[in-house]
Design a protein around this ligand. Structure first.
Ligand SMILES: [Zn+2]
Ligand SMILES: [Zn+2]
Length: 248
């Protein structure tokens, strides 16, 4: 039976240098449940090292956590890849690490990149320059996400920074995006006035939460049968009666 579920498909953990240090797996899961969310995707910048811990925390709760990653392309476009399982995300991570700009993270400048376990204990620090861009073009990022069976969503297309429209000036017609994401700063009706191409795509609204209070600030309603990756994909494609809806 189809039912309406609330999802927030773009949340950062304390692994992202720009995210709050309080964004640990247990706190993220607790905050998402408190916000009445049914499913979230964890999408850290160019890394997935807190994915398994966050999925483990959610395992016996009412919340489903999908593994994901927010990849920065060579043109500085942010694209979220969302996957069926952690293994696919970790395979993407291997490629992203090979293609990431060289250099070490300057924690004093960009923030710490903390790897934590499912008990919210610090396991270590990621030293890579996760805030940097990869050598992968947008086309390559989308192709790799699809090769690994994932969904590719162009992030915060209404924003000035790191959005495909700002960085490229347009959305390439042949780019096989599964959805466009709009931020909490806009409604669909407002966004479509500026970006008419929104009507040609499935559109999700996500919080891009970097702190606990931002989780679920905006969400997407999915009309789906159960909470999993395949149902999300069907909703984005509007298959088998599944659908998405956004506020105004
Ligand atoms: Zn972003
Ligand atoms: Zn983000």
């Amino acid at each position: 039976m189809l039912k309406c579920h609330q999802v927030d498909l773009h949340i950062h953990s304390c692994l992202s240098p720009c995210a709050d240090l309080m964004m640990s797996p247990k706190r993220i899961v607790r905050a998402a449940i408190a916000k009445q969310l049914d499913m979230i995707a964890l999408c850290d910048h160019n890394s997935a090292e807190n994915i398994e811990a966050t999925m483990a925390v959610a395992r016996n709760t009412r919340l489903t956590v999908l593994p994901g990653m927010e990849v920065t392309s060579s043109e500085e476009v942010h694209v979220c890849g969302i996957f069926r399982d952690a293994d696919a995300t970790l395979t993407l991570q291997e490629l992203v690490y090979r293609e990431l700009a060289p250099g070490e993270n300057d924690a004093a400048l960009f923030g710490d990149q903390i790897i934590v376990n499912e008990f919210d204990e610090v396991e270590g620090y990621n030293r890579r320059l996760l805030i940097g861009a990869t050598n992968l073009s947008v086309e390559e990022v989308v192709a790799e996400i699809h090769r690994l069976g994932g969904l590719a969503i162009a992030c915060h297309v209404d924003r000035q920074a790191y959005s495909i429209i700002e960085q490229l000036g347009f959305i390439p017609k042949d780019l096989q995006l599964d959805a466009l994401e709009i931020s909490a700063a806009t409604t669909f009706d407002q966004a479509v006035k500026r970006i008419p191409q929104l009507t040609e795509y499935s559109v999700v609204s996500s919080s891009d939460a970097h702190s606990l209070d931002e989780i679920g600030k905006i969400a997407t309603s999915l009309n789906i049968e159960k909470l999993d990756f395949d149902e999300l994909r069907q909703a984005l494609r509007r298959e088998n009666g599944r659908s998405i809806s956004l506020r105004g």
